[in-house]
Design a protein around this ligand. Structure first.
Ligand SMILES: Nc1nc2c(c(=O)[nH]1)N[C@H]1C(S)=C(S)[C@@H](COP(=O)(O)OP(=O)(O)OC[C@H]3O[C@@H](n4cnc5c(=O)[nH]c(N)nc54)[C@H](O)[C@@H]3O)O[C@H]1N2
Ligand SMILES: Nc1nc2c(c(=O)[nH]1)N[C@H]1C(S)=C(S)[C@@H](COP(=O)(O)OP(=O)(O)OC[C@H]3O[C@@H](n4cnc5c(=O)[nH]c(N)nc54)[C@H](O)[C@@H]3O)O[C@H]1N2
Ligand SMILES: [Mo]
Length: 744
């Protein structure tokens, strides 16, 4: 039947990969997206000039009316997890939630309200609310194991964050890229296009990955390391670069602190010792060190996988920081540029009002005693030095927070106090957080639970109030590519509600309404997300209405070597190879290698029963974490969760391609379908993560099949497994066993 409504064409920024910034053109009729492609002429396109877009972008066509979308606020009427709800008005939801929060704040203290935050567009709005409310117990996935840890380590070592932690591809001058725990052909197609360009211009590509992915076809060198041994490898590379005199002497002399101490430390990491630890041959270690040090400028972008290896996670970024600095690749065009504060737009960090959280409340953050770099003690030190260094106050979002494991443990154990109310905003921790058993028990036990999502997820199933959010294509936002001063915008491609149909709200609206009811009136004067954007664009002299019509500003070039003017915003004013900040916090001032919490070496007895090494989380094209599994177009392309197993291993265990395989760790077992894969070490297996079955029953005990194939049944949040500086939990590089599943 021909629709009555006119065809509309809209352009907006895609957020389907978190950090990516493809600009898409949508054709819309009658509030349905009927076509999605890269916007012609836009600076950021999936495959430049071909008009193509990826499977997730295609999946957006079905997002508005997909099965399981939340349309109205709901309040639980049955027991938790029984899937019995009543539809309520937003006013009722806001009033009841605000009353409970007020009571907890007044009788028990604001820190008893906690929040797990995801990667929605308006993360600053949740921070703003919590900072004003007085609770330091806001944290989440992105703040910790997805960039937050990298930002904070960079800040301690450099006083600033490198830019290639974000989605920018390397610039034209780049001659060498190290893809280190990063599979950009899947996770960041934009970056990968730029990285292939480096190769086409005669540059080098080095891959550090236990699996040989599509990227190895382009690689000059592939270091197939044992999972979780990255810090040792990095220290080995530094050893070669220093001992063979391949470092940038002038930069080291003038701009670094602690070179002699570093030199001393890396002496124990000889290529042969590192070869023993990592399984990479010593020849390859030497070759990689030379290739990176001699093909300048070179870039080491961030790769997430190393943030997930548990105790030793953040030292991987520390060795990467040091490598960039001692080779003189820091803040130069073609190397790793710093972000530079651009006065044009009001940043998310300016909006989150970190200064409003009183220090005595900040100090109550759960886990502040053991994640020192990532909580009040580290925040105080870094803020002071950044201010003294002339940079803006340190942003709280992504850099300050509670230890997520402690939020869940606090609910279960009441120590050091009991969290009474828990928000989960734009996150699906039952699928994406480590140790699902723990998260599940805490979500069942917490006194009061509010979930804001766009779908009825397994996590939402355990809420008391479930509030329907707008997806990013239904809410407006800007993203700002700092170094090149490009600003990209994402309009509301579809309305949040229309003609009485649906009643979804932006995350901003929700926290504003709660803020207004809790005495925060003066801080929520912008009535809508659009008014916030007017404010954020004010200094540029454009309104959101004007900006949204051409939602990208042309990049205007690159600025390098900012340190020549302002130095480094660290206590010594230099790149701290030896970190005085770590030292003051009682942490090791130099990076050091620790075995993964579970490995054939650290836990040999466990390895007898669990002889394989499990890695999880390598991205797949059709899904964004736990998202898009209910979107037909994506699910049809990728119907089952897949585990990659080496053919020799599979043969030994009587497993064939397509067989269901049971994967078991000390914490539980799941099943996934075998995909034979040559380019993986025979004792390493790679399990997909984020997989659930939205078509199965939502109520307990099924909970949309979360116990069946969800890799985070296997992972851990035990404190002793978590990173000692930032608290990253343990998602990959652990011991497991595998066997053919008996069930069909
Ligand atoms: N399609 C799609 N794209 C996405 C996402 C998504 O879910 N789907 N998620 C987005 C988000 S939030 C993130 S954080 C990024 C992540 O994207 P990337 O940073 O590219 O990370 P991954 O794809 O998770 O893993 C990269 C590689 O690390 C390897 N690896 C596993 N264990 C180790 C190890 O111990 N050491 C080393 N050196 N390598 C190891 C894996 O084999 C894999 O090839 O992707 C973003 N883009
Ligand atoms: N084992 C293992 N675990 C991992 C990883 C791994 O590699 N291995 N990767 C980790 C990483 S890097 C990341 S970033 C995390 C991701 O962890 P999460 O952020 O929890 O991941 P998502 O599945 O993307 O969940 C987002 C939720 O928000 C909802 N949502 C989407 N858009 C919006 C919106 O605009 N507004 C609102 N209100 N809701 C929205 C979605 O429906 C979905 O339920 O997972 C981490 N967990
Ligand atoms: Mo992430």
């Amino acid at each position: 039947m021909e629709s009555k409504k006119e065809l509309e064409v809209k352009t907006g920024l895609c957020m389907s990969c978190h950090h990516e910034t493809c600009i898409l053109q949508f054709k819309i009729r009658d509030n349905e997206i009927i076509d999605v492609r890269s916007a012609p002429g836009a600076p950021y396109q999936y495959v430049p000039n071909q008009g193509r877009s990826c499977s997730k972008a295609q999946g957006l066509k079905g997002l508005r009316n997909a099965p399981g979308r939340l349309n109205y606020p709901m309040k639980r009427v049955g027991e938790r997890g029984t899937n019995k709800w009543e539809q309520i008005s937003w006013d009722q939801a806001f009033n009841e939630i605000a009353d409970t929060l007020r009571r907890i704040k007044e009788t028990e203290g604001p820190e008893k309200v906690a929040c797990i935050d995801g990667a929605h567009n308006e993360v600053w709005a949740t921070s703003r609310f919590f900072n004003l409310f007085g609770s330091p117990n806001l944290d989440g996935i992105m703040a910790k194991i997805c960039k937050g840890d990298v930002r904070i380590v960079n800040s301690a070592i450099y006083g600033n964050t490198i830019f290639s932690a974000y989605s920018e591809p390397p610039t034209e001058r780049c001659k060498c890229v190290i893809l280190w725990g990063a599979k950009h052909s899947t996770s960041s197609p934009l970056r990968w296009a730029g990285e292939k360009g480096v190769k086409e211009r005669g540059g080098k590509i080095i891959i550090i990955d236990p699996r040989g992915t599509d990227e190895i076809k382009f690689a000059d060198l592939w270091l197939q390391l044992r999972p979780g041994t990255d810090t040792a490898l990095g220290l080995g590379l530094i050893n070669v670069i220093i001992n063979e005199g391949l470092y940038d002497k002038e930069f080291v002399e003038k701009w670094t602190f602690g070179f002699d101490e570093l030199k001393n430390r890396v002496q124990q990491y000889t290529p042969s010792k590192v070869a023993e630890i990592t399984w990479v041959s010593k020849e390859k270690i030497v070759e990689a060190a030379k290739m990176y040090a001699l093909n300048k400028p070179g870039s080491i972008p961030w790769g997430t996988r190393c943030s997930h290896i548990g105790r030793n996670s953040t030292d991987v970024e520390r060795v990467r920081c040091i490598l960039r600095a001692i080779t003189g690749n820091l803040d130069i065009d073609g190397g790793d540029l710093f972000q530079s504060p651009y006065p044009g737009v009001v940043t998310a960090q300016e909006l989150d009002l970190a200064e409003q959280l009183p220090l005595n409340q900040m100090e109550k953050a759960l886990g502040a005693d053991w994640i020192k770099l990532k909580s009040a003690p580290g925040w105080k030190l870094l803020t002071e030095t950044r201010k003294a260094g002339g940079l803006k106050a340190y942003p709280s979002w992504g850099t300050l927070g509670a230890a997520v494991p402690d939020i869940y443990y606090s609910i279960l154990e009441g120590k050091p106090y009991k969290v009474k109310a828990l928000f989960t905003v734009g996150s699906n921790p039952i699928l994406t957080m480590a140790d699902v058993n723990l998260v599940y028990k805490a979500m069942k036990k917490v006194e009061f639970s509010i979930v804001i999502d766009i779908f009825m997820t397994p996590t939402a199933m355990l809420g008391d109030y479930v509030l329907p959010g707008t997806a990013w294509i239904e809410n407006p936002s800007i993203q700002w590519i700092e170094k090149t001063e490009a600003i990209l915008g994402a309009d509301r491609i579809l309305p949040k509600c229309s003609d009485g149909e649906y009643d979804r709200r932006d995350v901003y609206d929700v926290f504003r309404e709660l803020g207004l009811r809790l005495g925060q009136d003066q801080y929520w004067s912008w009535k809508t997300a659009e008014e916030v954007l007017d404010h954020r664009l004010e200094r540029l002299g454009v309104t959101w209405e004007e900006f949204r019509k051409k939602p990208w500003a042309t990049p205007i070039g690159i600025k390098e070597k900012s340190y020549e003017k302002i130095g480094f915003a660290t206590p010594t004013g230099k790149v701290e190879l030896y970190s005085t900040t770590y030292e003051k916090l009682g942490l090791d001032p130099l990076p050091n290698y620790e075995e993964p919490p579970e490995s054939p070496i650290s836990t040999p007895r466990l390895a007898k029963d669990y002889p394989y090494i499990l890695i999880t989380g390598s991205r797949v094209r059709e899904y964004l974490h736990s998202q898009f599994h209910q979107i037909k177009n994506c699910r049809d392309k990728h119907p089952d969760p897949l585990v990659e197993i080496h053919p020799e291993t599979a043969k030994k265990l009587g497993i064939k391609e397509g067989d269901w395989v049971r994967i078991e760790t000390k914490r539980g077992s799941i099943r996934q379908k075998c995909k034979l894969f040559e380019n993986i070490h025979p004792i390493v297996i790679n399990a997909e993560y984020g997989f659930w079955y939205p078509e199965k029953a939502g109520e307990e005990p099924t909970l949309f099949g979360i116990w069946e194939s969800n890799a985070n049944v296997l992972t851990s949040m035990a404190r002793e497994h978590c990173d000692h500086a930032c608290g990253n939990w343990y998602l990959t590089a652990m011991l497991c066993k595998i066997y053919k599943d008996k069930k069909l």
